[in-house]
Structure formats: structure tokens, C-alpha cells
Write a protein that binds this ligand. Structure first.
Ligand code: HEC
Length: 124
């Protein structure tokens, strides 16, 4: 499964470079619906006024923590299934279950918060 995730990420990252050809390739990825579980970082940084590569890198790491570390015991659920209030108690509990390093915890929190913000923006 990790292979699949990494492969999809590889394809997504190269979509910009390879253009149309890769768009066709990435259709296979969309079918796995990881983008629905954990929205790709491109969606989170769309509104950024400046190209902040540090933020992007942290969000990418956080997304991988969600899809890899957080899927040890169960399939990761779409983040937007739960409200900000729900995550307020779920996240600390699950971070404890996962025994994350401080760095991974910070990246994960940043990623999940950004996704929830995206959800709030989308809801208007
Ligand atoms: C050691 C096993 C384990 C790991 C690792 C783990 N979980 Fe869970 N998770 C559970 C169990 C068991 C439940 C259901 C019962 C409960 O809520 O404790 C659950 C439930 C959930 C739920 C459903 C909401 C709820 O409270 O019932 C979400 C969302 C969730 N986990 C997210 C995560 C995230 C995010 C991570 C990574 C930080 C993670 N989990 C890591 C065991 C784990």
C-alpha cells in the first residue's frame, strides 16, 4: 500500500512536468481515492500569495504521516468526515496511540489543520 501511495505521489508531482500524458496516468491514482482521504498538498497551497517551499514540504510530510503512520491499525478515514471539534479530541488520542516523534506530530497537526481550513473555506 505504501508503494501505491508513493507511486501516486510520484505521478502527481510529475503531472506538472509531463502534462497531458501524466494526466492520463493519474486517472489510475484517482481511483484509489487517496485524494479524498487526504487532499493533496497542491490543493492546500493554491491560495498562497508566496511560494512557500518550507510550508509545502511540511504539509507533504504531514500528509505522509496521515496516510502511512496513521494507517497502522485502521484504514485512514477522510479527514473531512470529522469536524474541527471532533479532531480536537481525536487527534491527541490518536497521536498518543501512534507514538509519533515531535516533528511528525507537528507536521501532522499542520496538515490536518490546513485540510480542515480548506473544508471550512469550501463550505463558505
Ligand atoms: C495503535 C492503533 C492505532 C493507531 C496507530 C491509530 N489509530 Fe485511530 N483508532 C484506533 C482505534 C482502536 C479506534 C477506534 C476506537 C477509539 O476511538 O479509540 C480508532 C479510531 C480512529 C478514528 C475514528 C474516530 C474515533 O474517535 O472513533 C479516527 C478519525 C482515527 N482513529 C484517526 C487516527 C489518526 C489520525 C491516527 C494517526 C495519528 C491514528 N488514528 C492512529 C487505533 C489506532
Amino acid at each position: 500500500m505504501v508503494d501505491l501511495i508513493l507511486q501516486c505521489r510520484w505521478i502527481l508531482e510529475r503531472r506538472a512536468v509531463m502534462g497531458l500524458l501524466a494526466v492520463n496516468l493519474s486517472l489510475g491514482c484517482a481511483a484509489t481515492s487517496w485524494d479524498r482521504v487526504a487532499p493533496p498538498v497542491e490543493m492546500l497551497v493554491l491560495g498562497d500569495a508566496v511560494d512557500d517551499s518550507e510550508r509545502k514540504a511540511a504539509l507533504e510530510r504531514g500528509r505522509m504521516v496521515y496516510l502511512v503512520d496513521c494507517s497502522k491499525c485502521h484504514v485512514p478515514e477522510p479527514i473531512l468526515t470529522y469536524s474541527v471539534q471532533d479532531w480536537g479530541h481525536i487527534l491527541p488520542e490518536m497521536i498518543e496511540e501512534t507514538s509519533l516523534t515531535a516533528e511528525k506530530e507537528a507536521d501532522l497537526r499542520r496538515y490536518v489543520e490546513s485540510v480542515l481550513q480548506l473544508g471550512a473555506d469550501a463550505a463558505g
